[in-house]
Design a protein around this ligand. Sequence first.
Ligand SMILES: Nc1ncnc2c1ncn2[C@@H]1O[C@H](COP(=O)(O)OP(=O)(O)OP(=O)(O)O)[C@@H](O)[C@H]1O
Length: 241
Amino acid sequence: MEKAHRDEKDKQQVKIPSNESPELYDIGQDIGIAVNSANIEELQKPRLPDSEYRTLVRSLNKKQKDFFYYVLHWCKTKQEPMYTFLTGGAGVGKSQVLKALYNALLKYYSSQPGSDPHDTHILLMAPTGKAAYGIKGSTIHSALLIPASQGFHYKALTSDKLNSLRVKFRNLKIIFIDEISMVGNGMFTYIDKRLQQIMSSNNIFGGVSIIAVGDLFQLKPVFDGWIFNDLTHDYGPLASN
Ligand SMILES: Nc1ncnc2c1ncn2[C@@H]1O[C@H](COP(=O)(O)OP(=O)(O)OP(=O)(O)O)[C@@H](O)[C@H]1O
């Protein structure tokens, strides 16, 4: 009887609200355990209901709206990838903009002729499980199958993993990387190489747009250099737009 009571109490303590997608929280990244496989089915998140989305966009202030429409317009009108940094101090509303943009782009890409609902057009990633959970996204390691705790020497994907990511990302257009201050230059270079491999392209980041979100005055990378230090790659084109 007492044991049953204890079990029930334990269950209550680990209970996660049903709308929070607990499977997205990858504790391995926070405690340093390697990720072996990505749950690539989980990469596409459901869209907000239309009324909630409209309320969210209406709530954006002038600066937030400027950025929101700038990215949206680019994605709708230009063929070339965009590389942009959304920054600002803690609590200025970066996550709100990210959420609004994610939903706007999801709506746009899924309404394109021939769009397949299984395609991942947009990826939301963050360097740690906690940060990924905050944006209901994935960790960089799990989304791109990057082995943890093995340094940044590039390890090419085996053909079976590569094939499954190629299928999933064949129409990948844009990646949001939150908490960019915690992404070091080693990891940034790794992301670039991984995307080139997945997209079979020699273009930077495999030709996928990158929106980095964060505040470089916040947390710095662990076991890696600042993103702007000692880059072994020439990321000059990233500064052009
Ligand atoms: N335009 C806005 N109008 C009203 N409230 C807003 C607006 N933008 C953001 N907020 C609110 O401000 C708070 C902080 O916003 P948010 O989490 O998006 O900031 P942030 O820049 O991502 O912060 P951090 O860098 O700490 O992650 C939230 O409660 C959010 O709902």
